[in-house]
Design a protein around this ligand. Structure first.
Ligand code: DMJ
Length: 661
């Protein structure tokens, strides 16, 4: 018998009948084809073994998110440690080893499962299919139970966070140091009562003539609003005044203000307003009212305001724009600010409010924004160690090299120090930034006039301007406050005292005993305004703020005396029967009045005066830190990403890699 062969061969025919051909071996071509078929088969098996995904261990979106949350270099460089050397020093790919092991484990697991079902069905004397069904039902039950356990655990975790938050709130809200502080000396008490009466006069008239408006025109006896507040009546004076009313024990007034906020304050419908002013006055005022009273309504309102400001931070650097339209969310900077730059004092005065807000709401988005700014400003190169007043939020490059501790710069420095204080002095980054900034200011800007007055000059594109703003007078208090934790406390209390003295001189050298908006140190005059447009006084607090800190740090009577001089001057030149007004020229015996009662007069000026004549137990400085609008926040709140406040600083987000020139 001949074998038919597995492949076609050349058939021969005789008279049309095929002749059977017997062949001993295959032809060459046939051999090649057979080899090729085996090779292909081998490769398919090889490919399946090494490259088919293991369906059981599929990677999910949740896995990816978890990986990203865990952070680490491997997110961006996943293969960086996948290649290892084996015992012989040859390269091996650990992923392949891993795959093999997984396949092996899966086969073993399937086999074990089969076996277990067989054993079980033998025991139960059931057919295999039924045993399988029972097993599946048991599995489903187990899954259900697991899910219920997971939900339970989540609820317990949520409860734990809530309780932790509430515990921290309890420790900080209300309670000691938020009321009282009555001085034992009756003469001092009398002065304090006078300040309280001034507050009542300012408040009552606002309530009578401008309730719900932003500010009061005390002479025209009607409402007033500056462009910083946008187009709506947002009750700026009410919100700025709440905490002052609270600490003064003006309970009915506080309640009236509280009820207005609860029913009428809706942060919407307004057009374009200042991100900075809205933050320091509204977010700050509402949060302080919450911190003092524990009334959660204030916290909710603060959150509603801050939420609307968020789009201002959508810049490549995280540095916010100055203005925001809260209807449309559109943002912009002022053209006059070095070609559309953001302003140092504004971008740097968000931290205290937003960090605290994140802590009391458990929503980390606010803290993340301000840490991003803080880190960016830390990383950026500073000309001569100084921070210029302007920076472009898109490119991260400095604008005009103009540095000042007064207007445009002031509260940036204040917040560096206070971030550290707010953290319970545990945040070394902010402290170092503050110390370095003060070093650079000392080296480059602090001068002494021929008459012996210390002041902080302004640096403007290569030259010094011998001028100090009223706004810059806050720095005396800041230096004293920063003396704690510095390498030379005595030196900084002294610097604070020197600035306090100079600023007091600017008051004392005027006819009204109130200080001008800015004063110069030229040959002809010292601590006096020279230009007409620098001679006004608009009820600003900064000089009294410094007297307050100096009083607390030194106990020197002169600070109380200087504060009292200011009370008398305010009563003489600024009090009207419809409230308090600013004046146009401090050097005139009978100055013209500007007919505006600024909201910060109630928030800051009267608060600092009241505190100067109070005992230290009212808002003690180791428990409270004031924002730049004098709104007090509790110390020791530091944001942590799980929403639970702790007393150690968060490791802040990495700054974006934009460099300034
Ligand atoms: C207040 O709104 C704040 O103190 C701010 O930091 C600077 N200007 C005014 C008061 O002068």
């Amino acid at each position: 018998m001949t074998s038919p062969g597995i492949l076609p061969s050349h058939q021969r025919y005789l008279n049309g009948v095929p002749i059977p051909v017997a062949r001993k071996s295959l032809r060459m071509r046939e051999k090649y084809i057979i080899v090729l078929v085996f090779l292909t088969f081998g490769m398919v098996c090889f490919g399946a073994f090494f490259f088919l995904p293991d369906l059981r261990d599929r990677v999910t979106v949740t896995d990816i998110r978890r990986q990203m949350q865990m952070g680490g270099e491997e997110i961006f460089n996943p293969g960086h440690n996948a290649i290892h050397l084996d015992n012989h020093g040859d390269l091996i790919d650990v992923h392949k080893i891993d795959d093999k092991a997984k396949i092996g484990a899966k086969i073993a697991e399937d086999w074990a499962r089969q076996k277990a079902i067989e054993e079980l069905s033998n025991k139960l004397q059931m057919p295999k299919e039924d045993t399988l069904k029972v097993k599946q039902e048991i599995e489903q039950e187990k899954q259900k139970h697991k899910e219920q356990e997971r939900v339970k655990e989540m609820a317990i975790e949520e409860e734990r966070k809530k309780q932790a938050l509430e515990q921290v709130h309890k420790e900080h809200e209300g309670g000691d140091g938020t009321k009282g502080g009555e001085p034992s000396d009756p003469a001092v008490k009398q002065k304090r009562d006078k300040v309280k009466e001034m507050m009542k006069h300012a408040w009552d008239n606002y309530k009578k003539y401008a309730w719900g408006e932003n500010e009061l025109r005390p002479i025209s006896k009607k409402g007033h609003s500056a462009s910083i507040f946008g187009s709506s009546s947002l009750g700026a004076t009410i919100i700025d005044a709440l905490d002052t009313l609270y600490i003064m024990g003006m309970d009915q007034e506080f309640k009236d203000g509280r009820d207005w906020v609860a029913t009428n304050f809706h942060f919407e419908g307004s057009t374009e307003l200042s991100v900075f002013e809205t933050n320091i006055r509204f977010v700050g005022g509402l949060l302080a009212a919450y911190a003092l009273s524990g009334d959660k309504m204030f916290k909710e309102k603060a959150l509603s305001v801050a939420d609307k400001l968020l789009p201002a931070f959508n810049t490549p650097t995280g540095i916010p724009y100055a203005m925001i339209n809260i209807k449309t969310g559109s943002t912009r900077n002022w053209g006059w600010a070095s070609g559309g730059s953001s302003i140092l004092s504004e971008l740097g005065s968000m931290h205290l409010e937003w960090d605290y807000l994140s802590n009391v709401t458990g929503n980390g988005v606010f803290a993340e924004k301000v840490y991003k700014i803080r880190n960016f400003m830390n990383e950026i190169e500073k000309p001569m160690g100084l921070y210029p007043n302007y920076i472009n939020p898109k490119t991260g490059k400095w604008g005009q090299h103009h540095t000042a501790i007064g207007a445009l710069g002031d509260s940036f420095y204040e917040y560096l120090l206070k971030m550290w204080i707010q953290s319970g002095k545990t945040d070394p980054v902010s402290r170092k930034m503050y110390d370095d900034a003060v070093d650079a200011i000392e080296k480059n800007l602090i001068k002494t006039s021929p008459g012996g007055l210390k002041y902080i000059a302004e640096y403007k594109s290569g030259r010094l301007e011998q001028k100090l703003d009223h706004l810059g007078c806050f720095s005396g208090g800041m230096f004293a406050l920063g003396s704690q934790g510095s390498s030379n406390p005595q030196k900084y209390v002294q610097l604070g005292a020197d600035i306090a003295h100079t600023c007091h001189e600017s008051y004392d050298r005027s006819a009204t005993k109130l200080g001008p908006e800015a004063f110069r140190f030229d040959d002809a005059s010292e601590a006096k305004a020279v230009r007409q447009n620098e001679k006004y006084y608009i009820l600003r607090p900064e000089v009294l703020e410094t007297h307050f800190y100096m009083w607390r740090f030194t106990r020197e009577q002169k600070y109380r005396d200087w504060a009292w001089e200011a009370v008398q001057a305010l009563e003489k030149h600024c009090r009207t029967d419809g409230g308090y007004t600013g004046i146009r020229d401090v050097y005139q015996e009978n100055p013209q009045q500007d007919d505006v009662q600024q909201s910060f007069f109630l928030a800051e000026t009267l608060k600092y005066l009241y505190l100067i004549f109070s005992d230290d137990s009212l808002l003690p400085l180791d428990k409270w830190v004031f924002n730049t609008e004098a709104h007090p926040f509790p110390i020791n709140y530091v944001f942590k990403s799980n929403g639970v406040p702790v007393t150690v600083p968060v490791s802040a987000p990495v700054p974006v890699a934009v460099q300034a020139s």
